[in-house]
Design a protein around this ligand. Structure first.
Ligand code: ZN
Length: 290
């Protein structure tokens, strides 16, 4: 492979952000979203990157332990406007910790959701969909029709809902809440819709797609109950929000590594990229009546 001779300096934050935005352009993000660089100096060198779902204290701890100088998260730290980042506020404390330690923070949220491959492609692969995937809610601005929210695909062979649910649980990281299933456990599953993160808004799209099951997160009682009560409706599998988006981290890391290797040459290839193993789902314990 040709080696670039023009860059003998370490990769900078600017280099990394430029490479990452080649794969996940910020312009693909929803208008309400807040993606991009949250803190960090574009001129600072980057040698170690940590991918994580949430920009929370436990992830900053992990970044410091690993010696990372950049954290790339799926969820934004600050989605709405703020007038203070004082260290006695939860988000301000994170900003202070990051800046004091020289660690940059970058966010790719709905632009990573809609990308192809994006967050739901990684989820689809994690739960066992092996063939072609199409968007559940296509991005109408994409002339090729590949981008969009959620994905629809097929299992290589039919499974009973109970067995597919087990496959979903095994394919995703373990969380305290595990997964919840609505529908006949003996129902045959072949076509599957998935949407990483909160997927309430795509229940109608999943029904219209005539899939056998819809896998997503954060479903509420009434929409879920009304959905499965309809004759012929798909079954539902509700996962921990963190778990449905975590599979994308390895994808994002791999795409970034590829582009950096091309654009920054040997220095880019030398940037270490790690995927966080910290479980940051909001629900950390469950109890059952026995
Ligand atoms: Zn999310």
């Amino acid at each position: 492979m040709p080696v670039s001779t023009s860059t003998t300096h370490p990769a900078t934050l600017f280099d990394v952000v430029t490479a990452f935005e080649e794969v996940y352009p910020p312009s693909w993000a929803a208008s309400w979203d807040a993606v991009g660089l949250v803190c960090g100096d574009p001129e600072q060198p980057v040698e170690k990157i940590l991918f994580a779902v949430d920009p929370v204290d436990a992830v900053v701890d992990e970044a410091l332990t690993r010696g990372a100088d950049l954290i790339i998260t799926h969820h934004p730290l600050m989605l709405r406007g703020v007038t203070s980042v004082a260290a006695n506020t939860p988000k301000g404390r994170i900003v202070h910790r990051l800046i004091r330690s020289g660690v940059a923070l970058y966010t790719a949220h709905t632009n990573a959701d809609t990308a192809s491959p994006g967050v739901s492609d990684a989820l689809a692969r994690a739960v066992g969909l092996t063939g072609q995937l199409r968007p559940l809610d296509p991005d109408t601005t994409d002339p090729e029709g590949r981008r969009g929210i959620g994905r629809v695909g097929e299992l290589p062979a039919p499974l009973l809902l109970r067995d597919f649910a087990d496959q979903v649980a095994q394919g995703l990281p373990a969380t305290a809440a595990g997964i919840r299933v609505a529908g006949d456990p003996d129902r045959q599953i072949r076509t599957v819709a998935v949407s990483g993160g909160a997927g309430d808004s795509l229940l109608d799209a999943a029904r219209a797609a005539e899939v056998d099951v819809y896998v997503t997160s954060d479903l509420r009682h009434h929409p879920a109950s009304e959905f499965v009560e309809r004759p012929g409706a798909p079954a539902l599998i509700d996962t921990a929000h963190f778990a449905s988006e975590w599979p994308w981290l390895a994808d994002g890391a791999s795409h970034l590594g590829d582009v950096l290797g091309r654009s920054v040459g040997p220095n880019g290839a030398n940037v270490e990229i790690h995927v966080s193993t910290t479980v940051t789902d909001a629900w950390s314990q469950t109890f059952q009546h026995v």
